[in-house]
Design a protein around this ligand. Structure first.
Ligand code: PEP
Ligand code: MG
Length: 593
């Protein structure tokens, strides 16, 4: 058997050695059949029966997953159950059956294609991936229309590496940690449920393998290195020995990270740092405590919008969700961000107008200020949820003081309305803004007089300051967090916040990059918020450095003229001063063999 090494993207770290199990996907290919008038209502009834059957299966699956895998994963099915009840699916399917006099299988297939394409067109990887939920839920209905058994993974062998073209959420949640050692997946979606699940179950996973699926056979020996993003088919005995050694070292390092996650983020010279989590769904909250997060620094509300009919949840639905966030994270703080729709995310729920330049268009706070009723529903829900714990509200994409004042005016209106209705609410919720537009950096001193806190969104700030589309691969090499223009901007924001005496946090992806976190620490930042998966590493890094030394290093780094020189300087200094911290750098832990 020839050894074959393939490079993909490592999305869940660790090393697995096992036997291939090829996961085949059942696909239904419907045919179009014209039906007579007299058959129409029978066809509609078949549709309702299949919806009900699918719903029952999903509820049962959810219950099974809750018991066997954990409460937090069972919520994955809520989105699918909601889809099956949504008018966005039911109405057009029935209209097609009745209007075009066609069989339900064909009508449903057309609606499925339409919905999947809507999701694909959304320029946000996380949300676009939720299209998989739509496909998966409808696929289940299609199978149930044909009276076939929905595929299950019961009876899987042990010690297997799952090889698949793609994994649907229904398949993903059935995976049992003690049987599945690793994932090798051909498609390359970083935010799919399969990946999220692999990470939380700590199963090593590599994606983006293109056609690995076609190269393997059941029972082949395979090695998955989720840290390096490599898969080896039929590894030689020498390679297996090397990897087993590496695996041991990796596992020791992981144990240390788990220990670190629960320790406070305090530097060697006693400076305390707050490390919080970025969260997108209420269902992620139960996982936070084990990551070591001390609260939520950014709760994105767009996913909640997406899960509701027409992206416009009622005040009551929002109140329930925000209250669950606040209660779930107690005794810590939850910073909830108002809707950041439009631009690279979901569009305006009330409009179908296409913008030529949506990134610079009617988005985020601009959209909210224009669609005042929509915004007020969210603010009222937040003010009410604020009675259940330490909730703070943050507004995205602020470009100047004028917008902040308009937002405050709306807060005022909502408070007065709630007061006159006699509805219980919190009228002292801190209001903060995201600093992610270059003009906000320039007038940070003025903005700091108006709000209670800042949170820096480097994802957008880098995009707008450097004029680099954050989702355009062709120019991604220019997307440089360490660019002197970015570092100077951040220094100014920190100064403005310090002068005004307000807290400032950083919640863009860059916060999870150890090198970037260290330079920010050196510039005086004391609050970070990031994807919970990165918190243990960042805490470990913080615990292995002296803040005072970093201060000098950061001042010197800021004199370097290019991002590359800044990085080189940082690495050179850190390697000698804090070798322990370097272990946690990307590629720093190689478990070298
Ligand atoms: C950011 O821009 O850095 C940010 C955290 O917001 P989002 O990624 O949701 O735009
Ligand atoms: Mg942003």
């Amino acid at each position: 058997m020839r050894q074959l090494r393939l490079k993909g993207q490592g999305v869940s770290s660790g090393i697995a050695l096992g036997r291939v199990f090829i996961l085949e996907r059942k696909e239904i290919t419907p045919v179009k059949i014209s039906i007579a008038d007299a058959e129409i209502e029978d066809e509609v009834r078949r549709f309702h029966d299949a919806l009900a059957k699918s719903r029952d299966q999903l509820v049962a699956l959810k219950e099974r997953v809750r018991k066997e895998v954990g409460e937090e994963h069972s919520y994955i099915f809520d989105a699918q159950i909601l889809i099956l009840q949504d008018d966005i699916l039911i109405q057009p399917t029935i209209e097609k059956i009745r209007g075009e006099k066609i069989n339900v299988e064909w009508a449903l297939q057309e609606v499925r294609h339409h919905l999947e394409s809507l999701f694909r067109d959304i320029d946000d990887a996380y949300i676009a991936d939720r299209g998989t939920d739509v496909g998966d839920a409808i696929g289940r209905v299609q199978i149930n229309l044909g009276h076939q058994q929905v595929e299950t993974m019961e009876g899987l062998d042990e010690n297997i590496v799952l090889v698949a073209r793609d994994l649907t959420p229904s398949q993903a949640v059935q995976i049992e940690k003690n049987r599945v050692l690793g994932f090798a997946i051909d498609t390359s979606s970083r935010t799919s449920h399969a990946i999220i699940l692999a990470r939380s179950l700590k199963i090593p996973a590599v994606i983006g393998l293109h056609d690995f699926y076609f190269k393997v056979r059941h029972n082949d020996r395979v090695l998955v290195d989720g840290t390096e993003g490599e898969v080896v088919l039929n590894p030689s005995p020498t390679l297996v020995r090397e990897y087993l050694f590496k695996k041991q070292k990796y596992e020791d390092f992981q144990k240390e990270l788990i220990r670190c996650a629960l320790l406070p983020a305090v530097t060697l010279d006693g400076v305390s740092v707050l490390v919080q989590a970025n969260v997108e769904a209420v269902s992620d909250i139960p996982l936070l405590s084990q990551s070591g997060a001390e609260g939520i620094g950014l709760f994105r509300t767009e996913y909640l919008m997406l899960c509701s009919a027409h992206c416009d949840p009622s005040e009551e639905e929002q109140y329930e969700a925000y209250s669950a966030v606040v209660r779930g994270v107690a005794p810590y703080t939850a910073i909830i961000r108002t809707a950041d729709l439009g631009g690279d995310k979901l569009g305006d729920p009330g409009s179908h107008v296409r913008e030529n330049n949506p990134i610079l268009g009617l988005r985020a706070v601009r959209l909210c200020l224009k669609r005042k009723d929509f915004f007020k529903r969210q603010i009222r829900a937040l003010l009410r949820a604020g009675t259940h714990g330490d909730l703070r509200i943050m507004v995205p994409m602020i470009s100047g003081v004028g917008e902040v004042r308009q937002v405050k005016q709306i807060f005022q209106e909502c408070s007065e309305e709630l007061k006159s209705e006699g509805t219980h609410f919190n009228d002292a919720i801190p209001l903060g803004i995201m600093i992610e537009v270059p003009s906000a950096v320039t007038v940070a001193d003025l903005l700091a007089q108006e709000v209670d806190f800042f949170s820096i969104g480097t994802n957008d700030l880098i995009q707008h300051t450097l004029a680099i589309d954050r989702d355009n691969d062709a120019i991604s090499y220019l997307y440089e967090p360490m660019h002197p223009a970015i570092l100077r901007s951040l220094r100014e924001v920190l100064r403005a916040a310090a002068n005004a005496g307000i807290p400032v946090s950083l919640c863009g992806e860059a916060a999870a990059d150890p090198l970037f976190a260290l330079i920010m620490l050196g510039l005086g930042l004391r609050e970070f918020s990031m994807n919970p998966a990165f918190i243990p590493v960042i805490k470990r890094v913080i615990r292995s450095v002296r803040a005072e030394d970093l201060n000098d290093i950061a001042v010197q780094a800021l004199l370097r003229p290019t991002a590359q020189e800044v990085e080189e300087y940082l690495l050179e200094k850190l390697v000698t001063r804090f070798p322990e911290a370097m272990m946690s750098m990307p590629g720093g832990f190689k478990g070298d063999v």
